[in-house]
Ligand binder design. Structure first.
Ligand SMILES: *[C@@H]1O[C@H](CO)[C@@H](O)[C@H](O)[C@H]1NC(C)=O
Ligand SMILES: *[C@@H]1O[C@H](CO)[C@@H](O)[C@H](O)[C@H]1NC(C)=O
Ligand SMILES: *[C@@H]1O[C@H](CO)[C@@H](O)[C@H](O)[C@H]1NC(C)=O
Ligand SMILES: *[C@@H]1O[C@H](CO)[C@@H](O)[C@H](O)[C@H]1NC(C)=O
Ligand SMILES: [Zn+2]
Length: 508
């Protein structure tokens, strides 16, 4: 859509929403209520089957991290099973072969295919593309699981199993939501596409390339992209995610020579690399968390009143959060300041020193060459290449002031941009309405302090609206022992997706 038209449309929409909001409170049945009610009843009625399919998917050890042929076979089996499921919906499925992956140890392993699937191509309907992944992090019961990680086990309404929340549960929720329309012999209100991969936990090998290649084919008709691969910030209150921080990772090497020295024979006559490096690392951030690199805050987008209100509305018990984190005191005292410093301000963290003496005991070594590692989480509208220049210049200035005879080299091996969505985009409005219908509440509008490159990749390449619509609760434990999804989140999540299809069709 022409951007100006888009803006006109969204202000019209806002007006309509206001009007409808007013009417909604006085006359209960929203449009579609007949169909929605039937869908919800159908979903409630079939919930045990939905849990059963999740159990079948969790049973597959689709671990993409451990480079072992057995797990790759499991991944292929997982993708085949998912392809069959999608064909069962009536979708046309393309299983894209991605060749193999050369590992650093010389081993070559096949990459599981990416599934591109489509269901419906009615030009009058919007096309929504769902991204998800079917690989999981490694898990073994000995790691501290109370149940077998690959046997979905329900305890007190919690469905424990590796991949239950990350990301098999949400992928199945989307599939079941699509299915519900067919089961009730109802026309789907949207065209649906799927892109499902099996290498997300291992860095989405080959994904970006495929998206680039399919930009003008598979993705050309896509209007909206939905990702459901993160969590709420609450146990009970749904959330919509509109941003993730980027990351620029730095290495700063200080070298005298390759070999180490003995402090008894060289101590006192050298510029020691470690002393230089500690000074460099010590110059980066002050004790209040403020980054000291000149100019680094220049591009950070200013805080608006609208944004401030989003933070005030978020459901977060600070004391509980602090207790769970086992941290005595954070740098900030209010919920708003804490969340803003996690989401919408940059942060600098020092991670380690390679080449340093780090074992037990008192060794009198002078390391000859050390490399400091730190990274900056980036926020809109910081620019990776500008940050690289600012950090490099800062380190050079500090280093030159020391008159050291050592050599310093700075590099930035990782540079990932932040992602931010327009929360007034049609699909955000549709999702809010669907959340209101299913949960009777306004969602927390949240960002994620970590870096999830996929949203930015879709936004940059396909240039369509991307939304993260999570289903899982904050305590789901993705990547950790005893990962789970609550039955309630899973089943209400299916309803949420079904309601979302109806809302986006109305608003598009
Ligand atoms: C946090 O921990 C303290 C001390 O253990 C306890 O008194 C308090 O109730 C806890 N607060 C929450 C919200 O869990
Ligand atoms: C970042 O800044 C560089 C150099 O100023 C510029 O060439 C580039 O287009 C910018 N990138 C983005 C994504 O704004
Ligand atoms: C570095 O050298 C300059 C010029 O010789 C001198 O003025 C300065 O004090 C020296 N700085 C340090 C930290 O030794
Ligand atoms: C979203 O829309 C509201 C109401 O029209 C407006 O006040 C606000 O500035 C918009 N926000 C963004 C981020 O576009
Ligand atoms: Zn995930």
């Amino acid at each position: 859509m022409d951007p100006k038209l888009g803006r006109m449309a969204s202000s019209l929409l806002a007006l309509l929403l206001l009007l409808e909001g007013g009417m909604f409170s006085s006359s209960p049945p929203p449009p579609h209520s007949g169909l929605l009610e039937r869908l919800f009843q159908h979903i409630d009625l079939h919930q045990d089957e939905f849990v059963q399919t999740l159990k079948e998917w969790v049973a597959i050890e689709s671990d993409s991290i451990q480079p072992v042929p057995h797990f790759r076979q499991e991944l292929f089996r997982m993708m085949t099973m998912a392809a069959d499921k999608l064909r069962g919906l009536g979708a046309r499925v393309d299983s894209v072969d991605l060749g193999s992956q050369q590992l650093p140890d010389g081993q070559s392993l096949p990459i599981p295919p990416i599934l591109l699937a489509e269901l419906g191509n009615d030009p009058r309907k919007p096309t929504v593309c769902f991204y998800g992944h079917l690989d999981v992090q490694p898990a073994q019961q000995e790691d501290g699981w109370r149940t077998d990680p690959y046997t979905l086990t329900e305890v007190d309404g919690k469905l424990y199993g590796r991949g239950a929340t990350d990301n098999k549960g949400p992928v199945l929720a989307w599939i079941h939501a699509v299915r519900a329309f067919g089961d009730l012999e109802q026309d789907l209100p949207v065209n649906i596409k799927f892109i499902l991969e099996g290498m997300e936990e291992a860095g989405s090998v080959a994904l970006e390339e495929l998206v680039e290649r399919e930009k003008d084919r598979f993705f050309s008709s896509v209007d909206y992209i939905v990702i459901s691969d993160n969590l709420w910030i609450s146990q009970k209150k749904p959330a919509l995610t509109y941003g993730t921080r980027g990351n620029s990772y730095f290495m700063v090497e200080v070298k005298c020579r390759d070999q180490d020295f003995h402090s008894g024979t060289f101590g006192g006559i050298l510029n020691e690399p470690m002393a230089d490096l500690v000074a460099l690392l010590g110059s980066l951030v002050d004790s209040s968390g403020h980054i000291l690199v000149p100019g680094i805050y220049d591009q950070v987008s200013p805080l608006t009143e609208e944004e401030k209100r989003l933070y005030e509305a978020i459901d977060l018990d600070l004391e509980e959060y602090r207790n769970n984190s086992q941290v005595e005191k954070f740098l900030f005292d209010t919920k708003e300041e804490i969340l803003m410093h996690l989401w919408r301000y940059p942060s600098l963290s020092i991670h380690g020193i390679e080449g340093a003496f780090d074992e037990a005991g008192a060794k009198t070594v002078i390391p000859g060459r050390v490399t400091g590692k730190f990274s900056i989480r980036l926020v809109p509208h910081m620019n990776v290449s500008v940050v690289e220049k600012q950090v490099t210049q800062h380190l050079e200035a500090i280093f030159s002031k020391r008159n050291s005879s050592n050599q310093m080299a700075v590099s930035m091996p990782i540079g990932l941009h932040p992602w931010i969505a327009n929360i007034n985009d049609t699909q955000y409005l549709a999702a809010k309405r669907a959340i209101r219908t299913v949960f009777g509440i306004e969602p927390d509008m949240i960002q994620d302090g970590s870096t999830i490159p996929i949203a930015k990749i879709f936004q940059d390449i396909i240039q369509k609206s991307v939304m993260m619509l999570p289903l899982g609760a904050v305590d789901d434990g993705e990547h950790s022992q005893n990962e789970k999804i609550n039955r309630w989140n899973y089943i209400e999540g299916i309803k949420l997706f079904a309601a979302f299809f109806l809302e986006i069709a109305k608003l598009h």
